[in-house]
Design a protein around this ligand. Sequence first.
Ligand SMILES: [Zn+2]
Length: 173
Amino acid sequence: MTYIPPKPFAWNHCGICGNPLEEAFDGEQMRPYCGDCNRHYYRNPVPACCVFVRDADNRLLFAQRAVEPCRGRWTLPGGFMELNETGEQCALRELSEETGLTGQNPRLLGVSVSQSADKGAVLVVGYVIESWHGTLQPNSDVSNLRFYDKAERPDVPFEAHRELLAHYDDVCL
Ligand SMILES: [Zn+2]
């Protein structure tokens, strides 16, 4: 099946009352606005996480994507943050869902923002999870899992993951 990317993200109508939005000044700049609801609509980066998990040989865990975009490519395990979830909870949930592993005490590595065709921009929070147990079981958005030596790492399609990998190599190796 051919993958057709979604249209760029844009607000044309109020999500509450359905009226067409106008452009109005919010004190800083012009933004989409609904006069009936007195509400500005803000387009912000969408928060996501990715996790750095290594094995006893110091190899990093990568996941092969089972879904678009970039289906079939290898990335760090991770995903989008849910409402009412902390970054740490998101990291441990995504680790569990995608890899079957149970982790503890995720440690903040860094943050990177990159542009995304369908989300506008994604803010990725990287966590190092040094304490984990369980058996690798690809699930959710993932078709395969593998630990990679630094020299053999796959070419990761997401800019934010590449930036965080470089930061990981600077501070964690
Ligand atoms: Zn409205």
